[in-house]
Design a protein around this ligand. Sequence first.
Ligand SMILES: Cc1ncc(COP(=O)(O)O)c(C=O)c1O
Length: 392
Amino acid sequence: MKLAQRVINLAESATLAVSSQAAKLRSEGVDVIGFGAGEPDFDTPDHIKQAAITAIQEGQTKYAKPASGLPATREAICAKFSRQNSLTYKPDEVMVTSGGKMAIFLLAHAVLDPGDEVVIPKPYWVSYPEIVKLAGAVPVFPVGLEENDYKLSPEILAASISDKTRMVILNSPSNPSGVTYHPDELKALAAVLQDRDLIVISDEIYDQLLYRGQQTMSYAAINDKTYAQTVTLNAASKTYSMTGWRLGYAGGPIEIIKAMKKLQTQSTSGAATFNQVALAAALIEQQSAVETMRLAFEQRGQHMHSRLSSLTGVRCSKPTGAFYCFPNVSGTYSQLGVSGSIEFSSKLLEQVGVAVVPGVAFGMDEHVRFSFATSMENIDEGLNRFQKFVSA
Ligand SMILES: Cc1ncc(COP(=O)(O)O)c(C=O)c1O
């Protein structure tokens, strides 16, 4: 069977692969502690579920009109951007997509041409390079210093930009590192980017999951120039524990949003209608469920970080957002006889039944990613096993 070259060149999502491998082992009766999944272990809050159930019962089961999102849902998105991100978008400047990933996909296809360069800081979320390559563009991977939690300095960012740069992807708080840019750090990056003819994707899918009093801001909210060059992305997936509902959204310059909408009419035709009603409820109604989840993640993240940091050969940035620790474990490689993060992760799974994601999937083979979107008991049991594994 002949397949298209673009698919042959495409890497499968490593995070989804690890979750399925762990699920398969579990179904065979193996006792696996999973740190692979990038999704909250909480249920979707009841009032959000109820909004979808009512919408279905009321017959909101036809195509969403328009395909770019129900008017009430786009109003709710504008209200969220204004309340939580100090961003003013009109309903025509936002859209609803089938998951956050789809918003990035649409944006890449709306603005990139073959040969364009896209700056993707390392460590990066697994799907960015593949989506960019599918659009025919070329990823460029700057990396900050480890002692600066891999955050980009203005100098490192500037060195990665050429006259072919069409897009820069910022993701704060970060998947996989759990690290967050402070407003001053974002302003310093803006000084490099704001006068250039390029588009910034600010992926703020973890914007409501901040810890240790971390401050941040939306890149687009820095000034008029950053506002005019940025598409701000978000989703219901992480904040409201709605990964399976497939609900993302974007706000940005009207020409770009229009182009993304056009692509959406020829692809998914939009997010499921009744799910969009639930998204409006999630964004507008009480936020106390989010705070309950955030507090649990904060405790778990601190605990995981302090246990990981106490291990010989392991170095780990403090997670200030999202729900990941991304330790550098390369100090254990020679003693374990492994050559990189894939071998490390599969030995860890085989020998002690602990699933993590190899860092090479995020562009860093010295690291592995642990998700702390799991119970404290799992974290302790998994880290007991991990400690035994790296100390053997
Ligand atoms: C940084 C980042 N952006 C986007 C997404 C995509 O989210 P969704 O599940 O809504 O497609 C994820 C999911 O893991 C993510 O971590």
